[in-house]
Design a protein around this ligand. Structure first.
Ligand SMILES: [Mg+2]
Length: 355
């Protein structure tokens, strides 16, 4: 629980922060993400936790440094390949031979966990760690299938079916895992979000119990669902894939909703009221009969943006429980309000803005 006036992040012992759609989109930094995360480190350790197994922590840390997150070393990055290697190490002990399917991130994570990564079946692997890389071939999938069918312990870094790239959507690790599952008739253990392995690895890295984490992410079905299952608080940030329309169609409930990461440094916004009117500090949202929502009675942009996001979440969730047919329309309305806030007065709602 936060004390009155205290920054949201101050109540947590560590942050598990997603990357794509939270810190960067493609090659570009997400607005306010770098400065907000840098400032958050004064309160609590920030660990970057990614389902992407293809790159090594050193490569990821280099990209974060390039975006301006100074002092971010490889120790501040946890990949699903590392989580997979940690699971295999706990099950098999040191020195076990593991077929490494994926990029350098997979082989390096195995070696760092004192396991023996191999690229072929010649050394008779006891296990398979399967992650995504652009270089994965049909021959790699065939070897994985043969090893798994032969009884090897099979761990998948993640099962995201698709991977967004600058060129468009391509098959993700889940699609390649499904090919091996079809051929072998078996199913893997999975460590990436929404499974708990990645969160456990973050908690172990900083030496805190997993319940002390705050999980930050843009995707409801991975970042937020994983936190929900663990009973860990989550920040759902509206700079990536999912918006209020997706929240309306989902059973996943984030603890906090923020338009961007500046809200980490603001006191958290509590929502009061019930349909058709909700309030948070100086901000009031009212549901109109046609499914639209007004904020402070009009299109008023000089409001506390985290409060708008919190209200949007409250409105969407309350209407969803009531089975209201306007629910998606409300979500879209709030998305537009947030967009207007950002375009109209960027940065106006920093940590000193009273709630
Ligand atoms: Mg993401």
């Amino acid at each position: 629980m936060n004390r009155p006036g205290e920054a949201l992040v101050a109540a947590y012992r560590a942050i598990a922060c997603d990357l794509d759609g939270v810190v960067y989109r493609g090659a570009r930094a997400v607005p306010f993400a770098v400065s907000s995360l840098q400032a958050s480190q004064a309160y609590t350790p920030v660990v970057f936790a990614t389902n992407n197994a293809s790159r090594t922590p050193t490569e990821v840390a280099g990209q974060l440094e390039g975006l301006g997150l100074t002092g971010t070393g490889a120790d501040a990055v946890v990949t699903s390949a590392q989580a997979g290697a940690a699971l295999l190490r706990s099950r098999l002990g040191p020195g076990a031979v593991v077929l490494a399917v994926g990029g350098d991130g997979v082989a390096e994570a195995l070696a760092d966990a004192e396991l023996r990564p191999m690229r072929t079946l010649a050394a008779r692997p006891e296990a398979v760690l399967q992650g995504w890389a652009r270089t994965v071939t049909v021959a790699d999938l065939a070897d994985a299938s043969l090893a798994v069918a032969d009884g090897a312990l099979w761990v998948a870094t993640n099962t995201d079916l698709t991977l967004p790239t600058e060129a468009g959507v391509v098959p993700g690790n889940g699609t390649l895992v499904a090919a091996v599952a079809s051929a072998s008739g078996r199913r893997p253990l999975v460590v990436g979000k929404p499974e708990r392995g990645l969160y456990d690895t973050v908690a172990a890295r900083v030496g805190v119990p997993v319940e002390g984490l705050l999980a930050i992410g843009d995707r409801l079905n991975t970042d937020v669902l994983g936190a929900m299952r663990l009973g860990v608080d989550s920040v759902w940030v509206l700079t990536g894939v999912d918006g209020f329309a997706e929240l309306a169609a989902s059973d996943v409930v984030p603890t906090w909703a923020l338009p961007d990461l500046q809200g980490l440094l603001c006191p958290p916004v509590e929502v009061s009221g019930s349909a058709p009117q909700w309030s948070a500090g100086r901000v009031t949202a009212r549901l109109l009969g046609d499914g639209r929502v007004t904020i402070n009675g009009a299109d008023e942009y000089a409001v506390h943006a985290p409060a708008v996001a919190a209200l949007g979440r409250a409105v969407v969730l309350a209407l969803r429980e009531a089975g209201d047919r306007h629910v998606v329309q409300v979500g879209v309305t709030f998305d537009r309000a947030l967009g207007a806030l950002r375009e109209g007065a960027p940065g106006q709602y920093g940590g000193t803005d009273p709630i």
